[in-house]
Design a protein around this ligand. Structure first.
Ligand code: CP
Ligand code: NVA
Length: 346
């Protein structure tokens, strides 16, 4: 298959998809391009025989391990697999032997013998790395505490759809910049030549070693990394403003009070957007606490009197918000990752 002015497509068959640091700029751009093509093809309902869908992987199956809850990632893997003719097995936070009675190493060898690929969502990045080490089939990271790489493909496909060109854009992440979403944006921006700003209290700045690595990558791609506590500076002329929940899955309830205290000044609201470019877009991986229509939203309102947290309902529902296009793009981009790593695209 060719892409980008007739160049041969990068061969990603057999590769794991664990974090964007493992991929070159060219490979990431290729996956975005492939996702765009798969999306267009699905929307057009391409004729059988000429389609990248359905007939690609007959009789093949993938396993989906979720040690944490999920709506988008699970549904994206299942729909993408179905569209490509793959069978799926879902292994949820309970009900399998993983972790309690069986090690990751043994699980990898068992599932690797039955499935053509394995998705893993869970806790430490070292777990998904270990799974990949012992499984002879591609392993895909569906979110760890440190990284959320499939989310990045969806986000940057959404940015591409909004602005065409990625290089030279500015993205500002507001909130806990040292966790999976903040880390992943910093890496993705560095790889794609997008200026990155993390805007939060300094205690929430990303790990020094990761920062240093990303600064090196960013400078080779002509972009910059800014860490700032100043909302106006962080959001200044941003094309993309994004955020994430203040307390992530697996973190204890007790941290809420401190997080609200520390991160409320970094809520994405209309004031923050006023410093950005006029046509700036708002992204959020979701789920989001922008109202009190959820269980956690109600609890937080009772405990702290807050009706919205990391983003105001006004921004979430505004014309700047691309969050549902972003959510849909999870499926198209995950399909590209499955397709390319299972050898469908070369
Ligand atoms: N954005 C995201 O990963 O959503 P889920 O937790 O619903 O999969
Ligand atoms: N930081 C969030 C992302 C959810 C998609 C979490 O880990 O819960």
């Amino acid at each position: 298959m060719e892409w980008n002015d007739g160049k041969p497509a990068p061969d990603l068959s057999g590769r794991d998809f664990l974090k964007l640091l493992d991929f070159s700029t060219e490979e990431i751009l290729y996956l975005l391009n492939l996702a765009g093509r798969l999306k267009a093809e699905k929307k057009a309902g391409a004729a059988p025989g000429r389609s990248m869908h359905k007939t690609m992987f007959p009789g093949k199956n993938i396993a989906l391990i979720f040690e944490k809850n999920s709506t988008r990632t699970r549904c994206s893997f299942e729909v993408a697999a179905h569209d490509l003719g793959l069978g799926t097995t879902y292994l949820g936070p309970t009900g399998s032997q993983i972790g309690e009675k069986e090690s990751i190493e043994d699980t990898a060898r068992v599932l690797g013998s039955m499935y053509e690929g394995i998705e893993y969502r869970g806790f430490g990045q070292s777990i998904v790395e270990e799974l990949a080490e012992y499984a002879d089939v591609p392993v895909w990271n569906g979110l760890t505490n440190e990284f959320h790489p499939t989310q990045m493909l969806a986000d940057f496909l959404t940015v591409k759809e909004a602005f065409s060109e990625l290089r030279g854009r500015k993205l500002c992440f507001m909130g806990d910049a040292r966790y999976n979403m903040g880390n992943s944006y910093m890496v993705a921006c560095a790889k794609l030549g997008v200026d990155y700003a993390a805007c939060c209290p300094k205690e929430y700045f990303p790990d020094q070693e990761l920062q240093a690595r990303c600064r090196e990558i960013a400078s080779s791609n002509g972009s910059s990394i800014l860490l700032t506590e100043d909302v106006e500076e962080g959001c200044h002329e941003a094309d993309v403003i994004c955020t994430d929940v203040w307390v992530s899955m697996g973190e204890p309830d007790e941290v809420w009070e401190q997080r609200i205290h520390d991160l409320l000044p970094y809520q994405v609201n209309m004031r923050a957007l006023s410093f950005a470019r006029e046509g700036c877009i708002f992204l959020h991986c979701l789920p989001s606490f922008h109202d009190t229509k959820t269980g956690i939203g109600k609890k937080i309102e009772e405990r702290f009197g807050l009706k919205e947290m990391e983003v105001t309902d006004e921004v979430f529902e505004s014309s700047h918000s691309r969050v549902f296009a972003e959510a849909e793009n999870r499926m198209h981009t995950i399909k590209a990752v499955i397709y390319a790593t299972l050898g469908g695209a070369v």
